[in-house]
Design a protein around this ligand. Structure first.
Ligand code: HEC
Length: 157
């Protein structure tokens, strides 16, 4: 008898926690008219940079300049391996992201962190907002050239 009472007590407990699945007020998704049209993510990020012309082979003077900018402004948070410090390591970056995305991330980081889904995912992972580095588009282009050299692209004269 005691077991039966305990059984019912437990059953009642589960019933109480089970939520209210019996009420049926239809699907919970809002009507279609309330959902904003999803914007197609073209992987180029948000910002001024729409199209980047790549050099093949890379331009040695740009790689050099990009490297010194990296050492001055980026090395505190970014390694050249795939190891994360504050921000993600840069190894393999040019294979993962489009050049336009990388340059928009460098020159327009606040907007990228607010609007670009890939940048937002990185922020969730790193938990630190990359600060605006006041980078000109020209400087960002040199850093991009340097990034391709890290990933083993050939550097010319
Ligand atoms: C204070 C630390 C810090 C500095 C300095 C910094 N970054 Fe970042 N960076 C981050 C963090 C953190 C992220 C990841 C996104 C986030 O959480 O904001 C990031 C992300 C990036 C990404 C995207 C990486 C990926 O895996 O897609 C690029 C590109 C980048 N930074 C370039 C630069 C460049 C270029 C500089 C130097 C001019 C620089 N960063 C300086 C912290 C920094």
């Amino acid at each position: 008898m005691k077991q039966i009472i305990i059984f019912f007590a437990i059953a009642a407990l589960f019933a109480a926690c089970g939520g209210n699945n019996t009420s049926d007020d239809g699907p919970k998704t809002p009507p279609k008219s309330m959902i904003a049209d999803p914007v197609e993510d073209d992987g180029k990020g948000v910002g001024e940079i729409k199209e980047v012309k790549l050099n093949n082979p890379l331009v040695a003077s740009m790689v050099e300049k990009g490297k010194s900018i990296y050492e001055m402004k980026c090395a505190a948070c970014h390694k050249l391996t795939d190891q994360r410090v504050v921000g993600p390591g840069w190894a393999g970056l040019t294979e993962k992201r489009k050049p336009e995305w990388i340059m928009n991330m460098i020159t327009n980081v606040e907007v990228m962190l607010a609007e670009d889904p890939t940048a937002q995912a990185l922020l969730e992972e790193c938990l630190v907002r990359m600060p605006n580095q006041n980078m000109s588009i020209g400087d960002a282009r040199d850093v991009l050239e340097f990034m391709y050299s890290i990933d083993g692209k050939e550097v010319g004269e």
